[in-house]
Design a protein around this ligand. Structure first.
Ligand code: UDP
Length: 372
């Protein structure tokens, strides 16, 4: 059989683009397919009123991995944006992540010792020794007041289930610190790419053939004959036609509006942490790039249940889904010519830097050498 491509890469998101770029550099021919009518997956950015809008939710690049940082910097310069979201709980404003500014606003404490004592007393009153779920983990980290006002409502809206039924690692993503520092991330490197994420992905895809509006899963047999190997970055359960039943995901819906004001909320990200406000956060896109346009664009973000056929945003990595994923993973290992990768292909709550690191690892396994 004569194959036209060395690789058929399913999904033009970050994982697929990094893989395509590295394979192309090594003289391989790649065909990249995507169901959507644009590249870049969920990191897609588009311009509205001269403002770059993150259509599928805010993406702030952050990493402590020097190799990954140097890698993305080959494709773009990054600005000096530092994420410092604010939480709005019924009109009370708190700095995030949980730090001395938050503790001061919550309890009037001034020193780290006072804040630690306040939290320790709340942990003791709650009687938590070994946190077994997100609720207990959150209380063990920051006490009951912060849990009730800044975590419970937000998390239950975002994940559509009680905090007691969620794994604790989700909340451990967030720093807790006893200094007056509102930087949301602990990572060494952070920023927003000048020119947007779409431009990065387009650069990565140079030299590959790209076909948009193509649903690989509808024509799996055909594409198996087009390329020697497949890199699949879609949902692993969908690849196997949900034969063991679907994994669970969360979907996100955005309500985007252009407003005739230069500055709507004074910050890129405001989280609404009460249970009653139907959206989880409001993004004002221009602030990611210090925009000075006359108008502004905001997106209200609503978390939504997911069903087969919807876009999958977040894997719900609880024990039950993890077990199910392992069954799909075993099937995936049997597909010798298919490599599964990325947030959906590996069913993991990866940030962008981890996606790049995993794609570069896959490149090493595939080509057996360091990155060029
Ligand atoms: N979280 C919270 N309150 C907030 C922000 C985050 O309780 O105001 C918790 C929530 O459980 C969420 C998790 O922290 O699922 C991770 O938040 P992150 O901002 O990392 O989520 P992402 O940006 O990936 O949607």
């Amino acid at each position: 059989m004569i194959f036209m491509y060395d690789y058929v890469i399913v999904g033009a998101g970050l994982y697929g683009a990094v893989f395509a770029h590295e394979a192309t550099k090594r003289g391989k021919k790649c065909l990249v397919l995507d169901r959507r009518d644009h590249v870049a997956g969920n990191i897609y950015t588009e311009e509205i009123e001269g403002i770059r809008v993150h259509r599928y939710g805010a993406h702030i690049f952050h990493t402590s991995d020097k190799t990954v940082w140097e890698y993305v910097n080959r494709f773009a310069n990054f600005n000096h944006y530092i994420n410092a979201p604010v939480a709005n709980y019924k009109g009370e404003l708190y700095n995030l992540p949980f730090n001395m500014n938050t503790f001061n606003r919550m309890w009037g404490v001034i020193t780290p010792t006072e804040a630690q004592a306040k939290i320790a007393a709340q942990i003791e009153a709650a009687g938590i020794t070994e946190p077994a779920n997100l609720e207990e983990q959150a209380i063990a980290l920051v006490g009951t007041d912060i849990y009730e006002k800044l975590i419970k409502g937000y998390t239950e809206k975002q994940w559509g289930r009680p905090c007691r039924e969620l794994p604790s690692f989700i909340i451990r993503r967030l720093p807790v610190r006893f200094v007056y520092d509102n930087n949301y991330f602990n990572d060494r490197y952070q920023g927003i790419p000048e020119g947007g994420y779409t431009a990065i992905v387009e650069k990565m895809l140079e030299g590959s053939d790209v076909c948009l509006g193509v649903d690989f899963l509808l024509e799996k047999e055909k594409y198996a004959k087009v390329g020697k190997r497949v890199v699949f970055t879609g949902c692993i359960d969908a690849y196997f036609d949900y034969c063991y039943g679907p994994l669970q995901y969360r979907n996100v819906r955005f309500e985007t509006e252009v407003l005739d004001t230069p500055n709507y909320q004074g910050n890129a990200v405001i989280n609404y942490t009460d249970r009653e406000t139907p959206y989880t956060r409001v993004i004002e896109h221009k602030h990611f790039e210090f925009g000075t346009q006359k108008k502004t664009v905001i997106s209200r973000e609503y978390s939504a249940d997911w069903k087969v056929g919807d876009e999958a945003y977040y894997p719900v990595n609880n024990e039950e889904n993890q077990q199910l994923y392992l069954r799909y993973k075993a099937l995936a290992e049997g597909e010798k010519n298919v490599l599964f990768g990325g947030r959906l292909g590996e069913y993991k709550y990866y940030d962008m830097d981890k996606v790049i690191a995993c794609a570069l690892d896959a490149v090493k396994r595939e080509f057996g050498e360091e990155c060029l």
